[in-house]
Ligand binder design. Structure first.
Ligand code: 9MR
Ligand code: 9MR
Length: 690
C-alpha cells in the first residue's frame, strides 16, 4: 500500500464489491472523454451525489488505484443540476482507467497519457479540408468522406448591390477556393477573417510544433506547414473577393437562398458577390497583413506571394479609410436590389474594433506607425473574440510581437490589459460548480457557445505564454475538458471524437453524403437557450442544457469555421506546451499521394445505402482506358458499367441494381492511361438495402 503525494490511497489487487452495486455506465459522471495528461489536473463532475467516496479502478475493476471523496454538492443555476467534483489529479501513471461512484455507476474507460489531444489537434485542423469548396476531395486524403467537386465558383455574378462603373451588375468574376462557412455552402469574408487569423495565430504562437503537424492534405510535404497550407486555401479565395479597381472587398460570395440539404455538386444556384462593406474590407486587410509577414518566411516556395498580400492589405485599408461606415444591412439592401439575398448576414454596425485590429496587423507587418494614429488598438474594452468583436485579435498580435514593437507601443499596457481580463476569467472558477471558466456565467451560452469556450481557452493560453503562470494553463485545459465532455449535456462536441459525439450536425454534406457518421473533426455550436431554430427536441431551455443533436437545430448543432478555429488553437497550444519534446515520429498519417496520382479518384456511391440505383463518380487525370465493374461479397462480377477509353476529367455512371439481392457490393475502377503511364485501381463499398 502506498499514498499519492496529495493523500490518495492506492490499494492493490482489491476485489471490489462495486461490480454488483453499480453495474452500469453512468451518464451522471461528466469528464473529458479524450482523457487526461499525466501531469495535469483531472476532474470529473458528478451529478446527484455529495460527500461520498469515489474510486479510480483498472478497466477489469479488479485493482483500485485511487480512493477519493466527492466534494459537497453545489447547484449550477445554468443547468439546475446538483453537482460535486471528483478530483483525481494525483493519478499520474499513464494507463486506462474507470471512475466508479458507488450507487451511481462507472465511466467508460478513459486514458491518462501524454499527447492526449494530439489526434484532436490534427483532426480539428483536418476539418477544414473537408470544408473546402471548388475541389474534389480525393479518397487518398478524405477516405470515406471523398466527394466530387462542388461550387467551382469560376462564374460568379456581381450583384446589383455591388455594381460599379468598371464592374456593372452581372459582370462575371471568378472566386474559386475557400471553405464553406458552416453547414451552408456560402463563403463570407467577415467570418473567414477571424477564422483564418486564428489558424495563422496558432502558427505564429507555436511555430515549431506546427512545422511538424501534418494533416494528409494534397499540399502536405510542399515545404509549407499544413496549417498554413490549409489557411492558404482560404486566403487565395479571399484575394478574389477584393475589387482590384478600388481595393474594396465584397461582403460575401453566396447563393441567393440557403440551398437544400444536398451534396455540393447539386447546388447549381447562381453565385453572387454582394455589396462591399467596411467590416469585410478591414477584416481582409488584417488577415492579408498577417499573411504577408508569415508567408515572407516561405518565399522560396511561393515567391512574390507575401508582397501581393501586403499590397492587397494596404489597398483594402485605403478603401476602408475612404468608406469608413459602409455597413452590410441585408434587409435594407433587399429593398433596393434584386435578386433578394437571404443567406447569412454577418452584419456589424460598429467597425471601430475592425479598424483597431487592421491597424495592429498592418503596423506589426510594415513597422509604419501611421496606422496607429488612425485607430488605437489598445483603446476600447477587451472581450471574447467573435466575428463581430475583433479588437482583442490585434492586442494578441501586439503581445506576440511585443519585443519588436516596444519602441512604438506601450507593451506593458498590452500585457496588463490581456492578463487583467484573463484574471477575471480565472477568478470565476472557484465558485463555478463545474470548475470551468466556460459556463461560470449564464450569458456565455449563446449561438456558437462552444466557440466562447474555445476562444476563452485561446486567451487563457496567451495569458499563460505571457506570464508562465500555470493557473491560466489549467483554466485553458478546463475549457477543453468542457468541450470534450465535462459539461451539462454529456456530449463530446467534436464529431468523430469521444464516446458520445454529435451524429446529426446541421451540415449539408454530413446530412446528404449517405455515410452514417458525420464528417469528422467539426465542433458543434453548443448549448444556446435562444433556440432560434424553433426545433422542439431541445431537452431544456436552461442555458447549459439547451442543446439537441438534431439536424434541424441550426441554432445549437451547426458547425462553423469560426468555431473550429479556436478549438484548433487550443488543442495545438496545449499539445505544444505540454509535449515540449515535439511530436512522436509515429503520428499516424498516411500520405497515399505516391500510390494514387492527383486527379484520380473513385467516389463513394451516392446514395449509399441505395435502392435500386446509385451514382458512381470518378475523375481521371489523363485520357485512359477505363474499366468500372461491380462485384458482390464473394468477388463474383455482377455488372460492367464502363469498358472504354475516356477523356481526362469528371465522369459519372448510374449503377442500377434492380435485379440484384440486398447486400454489400464493391465497385472497382481500373484506369490505364493512354500515354502509357502506370495503371491505377480503386474500390468503393456500397450497400443495397431493398
Ligand atoms: O442552413 C442555414 C444555416 O446555415 C444558418 O445558420 C441558419 C440561420 O441563418 O439558417 C439555415 O437555413 C434555414 C433557414 O434559415 C430557414 N429555413 C430552413 C433552413 C435550414 O434548412
Ligand atoms: O455565428 C452566427 C451567429 O453569431 C448569429 O447569431 C447567427 C444568426 O445571424 O448567424 C451565425 O452565423 C451563421 C451564418 O449566418 C450562416 N452560416 C452559418 C453560421 C453559423 O450558424
Amino acid at each position: 500500500m502506498r499514498w499519492f503525494n496529495n493523500g490518495f490511497l492506492i490499494l492493490s489487487a482489491q476485489s471490489l464489491f462495486f461490480s454488483t452495486v453499480c453495474a452500469q455506465v453512468s451518464s451522471d459522471i461528466r469528464y473529458n472523454q479524450m482523457g487526461f495528461y499525466p501531469s495535469m489536473q483531472k476532474i470529473a463532475v458528478v451529478r446527484n451525489a455529495s460527500n461520498t467516496p469515489f474510486y479510480i479502478v483498472t478497466p477489469s475493476q479488479s485493482d483500485t488505484l485511487v480512493k477519493g471523496m466527492l466534494t459537497a454538492a453545489q447547484t449550477w443555476s445554468s443547468s439546475g443540476e446538483s453537482v460535486s467534483i471528483a478530483d483525481f489529479s494525483g493519478l499520474k501513471i499513464p494507463g486506462t482507467y474507470q471512475l466508479i461512484v458507488p450507487g451511481l455507476g462507472f465511466t467508460i474507460p478513459f486514458a491518462v497519457k501524454p499527447r492526449v489531444h494530439l489526434n484532436l489537434a490534427i483532426g480539428s485542423l483536418k476539418g477544414y479540408y473537408y470544408q473546402r469548396a471548388s475541389t474534389p476531395l480525393l479518397p487518398a486524403y478524405a477516405g470515406t468522406w471523398a466527394r466530387a467537386i462542388g461550387h467551382p465558383d469560376t462564374t460568379v455574378l456581381v450583384h446589383p448591390s455591388a455594381a460599379t462603373t468598371q464592374r456593372p451588375a452581372g459582370t462575371i468574376i471568378s472566386c474559386p477556393r475557400g471553405w464553406y462557412d458552416a453547414g451552408d455552402y456560402n463563403k463570407y469574408v467577415v467570418n473567414s477573417g477571424i477564422s483564418t487569423y486564428t489558424l495563422l495565430s496558432a502558427y505564429e504562437w507555436f511555430p515549431e510544433f506546427c512545422d511538424q503537424l501534418t494533416t494528409n492534405i494534397p499540399e502536405s510535404g510542399n515545404g509549407i506547414p499544413d496549417i498554413l497550407n490549409e489557411a492558404l486555401w482560404n486566403i487565395r479565395w479571399l484575394m478574389t473577393m477584393q475589387d482590384p479597381n478600388d481595393g474594396g472587398v465584397y461582403h460575401k460570395c453566396t447563393d441567393a437562398n440557403f440551398d437544400a440539404f444536398e451534396m455540393p455538386w447539386y447546388d447549381i444556384q447562381t453565385r453572387y458577390v454582394v455589396q462591399k462593406s467596411t467590416a469585410a474590407t478591414l477584416d481582409f486587410a488584417a488577415v492579408m497583413a498577417q499573411t504577408a509577414r508569415i508567408t515572407a518566411r516561405f518565399s522560396s516556395v511561393i515567391p512574390g506571394f507575401s508582397d501581393s498580400c501586403k499590397q492587397a492589405a494596404l489597398s483594402a485599408w485605403n478603401w476602408a479609410r475612404q468608406n469608413p461606415a459602409v455597413y452590410y444591412n441585408q434587409s435594407q439592401m433587399n429593398t433596393q436590389f434584386s435578386p433578394v439575398i437571404n443567406t447569412g448576414e454577418y452584419g456589424d454596425g460598429n467597425v471601430t474594433d475592425e479598424f483597431a485590429w487592421a491597424a495592429a496587423e498592418l503596423f506589426v507587418t510594415t513597422a509604419q506607425d501611421s496606422f496607429l494614429t488612425v485607430a488605437n488598438p489598445l483603446s476600447g474594452s477587451v472581450d471574447i473574440p467573435a466575428w463581430a468583436n475583433v479588437r482583442i485579435l490585434g492586442m494578441n498580435t501586439f503581445a506576440k510581437y511585443s519585443k519588436t514593437i516596444a519602441a512604438k507601443v506601450d507593451t506593458n499596457t498590452v500585457r496588463s490589459r490581456l492578463v487583467g481580463w484573463t484574471n477575471w476569467l480565472t477568478s470565476l472558477i472557484p465558485s463555478s460548480p463545474y470548475q470551468t471558466v466556460m459556463g461560470a456565467q449564464s450569458w456565455m451560452f449563446s449561438w456558437g457557445s462552444n466557440a466562447v469556450a474555445a476562444n476563452q481557452g485561446m486567451q487563457l493560453l496567451i495569458a499563460f505564454r505571457l506570464t508562465q503562470d500555470s493557473t491560466y494553463l489549467r483554466a485553458a485545459l478546463g475549457n477543453l475538458d468542457y468541450l470534450l465532455g465535462r459539461n451539462g449535456t454529456t456530449y463530446c462536441f467534436v464529431t468523430g471524437f469521444g464516446n458520445r459525439s454529435p451524429q446529426h450536425i446541421h451540415h449539408r454534406i454530413s446530412g446528404s453524403d449517405g455515410i452514417a457518421a458525420p464528417v469528422p473533426g467539426l465542433l458543434a455550436g453548443g448549448p444556446n437557450p435562444g433556440e432560434e431554430d424553433g426545433v422542439t427536441t431541445y431537452p431544456s431551455s436552461l442555458p447549459a442544457l439547451a442543446y439537441t443533436d438534431d439536424q434541424n437545430a441550426y441554432a445549437c448543432n451547426e458547425i462553423a469555421i469560426n468555431w473550429n478555429a479556436p478549438l484548433v488553437y487550443l488543442a495545438i497550444g496545449l499539445e505544444a506546451i505540454l509535449s515540449p519534446d515535439g511530436l512522436p515520429t509515429s503520428v499516424p498519417q498516411k500520405n497515399l499521394e505516391s500510390i494514387v496520382p492527383n486527379g484520380f479518384a473513385l467516389y463513394p456511391s451516392c446514395p449509399n445505402p441505395f435502392n435500386p440505383s446509385t451514382t458512381l463518380r470518378y475523375d481521371l487525370p489523363n485520357e485512359s482506358k477505363v474499366m468500372l465493374k461491380v462485384y458482390d461479397m464473394l468477388g463474383k462480377e455482377v455488372s460492367t458499367l464502363v469498358n472504354h477509353s475516356e477523356a481526362a476529367g469528371n465522369h459519372h455512371v448510374v449503377f442500377n441494381a434492380g435485379n440484384l439481392p440486398s447486400g454489400v457490393y464493391f465497385a472497382r475502377l481500373t484506369a490505364v492511361p493512354n500515354n502509357g503511364g502506370k495503371m491505377y485501381i480503386q474500390s468503393q463499398k456500397m450497400l443495397l438495402a431493398k
